[in-house]
Design a binder for this molecule. Structure first.
Ligand code: FAD
Length: 436
């Protein structure tokens, strides 16, 4: 299925309001709601469902906004089956409340109807710089703006959004939704400076010189891990993140189709079974590859990708090979096959393109240009508990994948929320001491 058709299918499968209200009325209003416990950011799920059940969408949106700046995104890409919906009492009957769908329905309705936002306090508490505009940076920025801080986000790319925009394909998360959520954060008074790479373009020290009271690093994991097996130099082996980026550029009219590295008829293998691998596999299929197989070294039950995404991939004709470990790339200049070890012994799988999806790690552009920020042996930024999220450099904080390793949108948000509290405490304390 082409990307366009998939995106349309996704948009048409949204729940209409009447159905959403009926779904909300199935909620049992549990006394100690397990759905809320299952949500990493403790969204007040029963409260927004109760408001929706009586048709009060303004209140439902207000309740959601207390905890989340990205509900239309979380409602689409979170692993609901493991979190809110998996914890719902009704999950035992096989029919949990469809919390994700309700959350995004409320968020979409609020945007489309331009429901007014709560008033934001005057920006009098201090100036904060946020580096990176993925879910971690956007969450810190939104939370700090709501607490009365003047926030500027510095983003290396031409447009904010991080992986939400450049990584997750639009057939799962349309760019329109990401742009809308960012607009919501702008409406809180957050300013964005794009095309500015902190490190080479502007250093952390220069940000302090410009008067920022504290700085948040939410730069994610920009460097894809390599898989150094014999034959790695063969033509036809590339990173999945490269394909996703090139496909995004093509779809947004910035690149010719020929430059997207998968062509009709290609025989594609993807190594790695996380969201990145499965997204790349579905993208390759959408680009007309003759065959696409995901090679994953674990058992099917341990596949890290979202279950819904796995099912969609299978439906679209992507094959999966479990307990299958890549050992050698075979070919003569150009890739011809992958040698794998399986419980049944060694096998050769023919392929002319291989997409690697075996994790990622942070770039060190900021730490290499800044004194005093410690990283661990793998390059992840070290933070402390009090104030939460502060690095070994005073006033510089960090959170999201650059600290906790590649995880999920909502886990980056959970950490970012705690760091925003730490940053506010720190700036308040510094200003208080300066008065004394
Ligand atoms: C293809 C793909 C699919 C995924 N699918 C899902 C999914 O379905 N569900 C889910 O929950 N999670 C998913 N994830 C994981 C999730 O997107 C990440 O865990 C999350 O985006 C991490 O957020 P972050 O803010 O820490 O980093 P990022 O989203 O990586 O954002 C970092 C930002 O910092 C910017 N930046 C980096 N260095 C600098 C610098 N020096 N100066 C200025 N800006 C800089 C980058 O350009 C980027 O915008 C997926 C990830 C990928 C790659």
């Amino acid at each position: 299925m082409s990307d366009e058709r998939r995106t349309r299918a996704l948009e048409y499968s949204e729940m209409d309001l009447k159905a959403a209200i009926a779904e909300a009325n199935r909620c049992l209003n549990c006394k100690s709601p397990p759905c809320k416990e299952g949500c990493p950011i403790s969204n007040d799920i029963p409260e927004f469902i109760a408001a929706l059940a009586v048709g009060d969408l303004g209140e439902a949106r207000r309740v959601i906004a207390r905890k989340s700046n990205l509900p239309a995104i979380c409602g689409r890409v979170c692993a609901h089956e493991l979190q809110c919906e998996g914890h719902c009492v009704l999950a035992k009957t096989g029919n949990p409340i469809r919390v994700g769908l309700l959350e995004r329905t409320i968020a979409d309705f609020a945007f489309e109807m331009a429901l007014p936002l709560d008033k934001v306090p005057q920006k009098t508490r201090g100036r904060m710089a946020v580096i990176g505009s993925g879910p971690a940076g956007l969450t810190v920025a939104g939370d700090l703006a709501k607490q009365g801080f003047d926030v500027t986000v510095f983003e290396a790319m031409e447009e904010p959004g991080g992986v939400l925009l450049y990584g997750i394909p639009s057939f799962r998360l349309s760019k329109k939704i990401t742009r809308r959520e960012i607009m919501g954060i702008e409406m809180l008074g957050v300013q964005f400076q794009t095309g500015c790479m902190i490190g080479p373009d502007l250093t952390v020290d220069q940000l302090f010189e410009r008067g920022f009271d504290a700085i948040f690093i939410g730069t994610g994991t920009a460097i894809a891990n390599d898989l150094q097996l014999p034959g790695r130099e063969l033509e036809g082996i590339m990173q999945s993140s490269y394909l996703l980026r090139m496909n995004y550029l093509h779809r947004s009219g910035q690149l010719d189709r020929e430059e997207v590295p998968i062509h009709p008829g290609d025989m594609v293998l993807v190594i790695g079974g996380g969201n990145v691998g499965v997204d790349a596999a579905r993208t390759a299929k959408g680009l007309g590859a003759a065959s696409v197989t995901v090679v994953y070294n674990g058992a099917q039950e341990t596949l890290p990708a979202l279950h819904a995404e796995y099912e969609a991939a299978v439906e679209e004709g992507v094959h999966f090979r479990f307990e299958c470990c890549a050992t050698e790339f075979l070919g003569d200049q150009r890739l011809e096959a992958l040698l794998v070890s399986t419980p049944q012994g060694e096998q050769k799988i023919p392929a002319n393109k291989i997409l690697l999806a075996v994790g990622a790690h942070p770039a060190n552009r900021i730490v290499s240009t800044t004194e005093g920020i410690s990283v661990d042996a793998d390059g992840y930024v070290v933070i402390r508990e009090r104030p939460y999220g502060m690095t070994t450099r005073k006033g510089v904080f960090a959170g999201g994948d650059v600290v906790h390793r590649p995880a999920t949108v909502v886990l980056a948000m959970r950490e970012a929320k705690k760091v925003a509290v730490g940053m506010a405490e720190y700036v308040d304390a510094v200003k208080l001491l300066a008065l004394g």
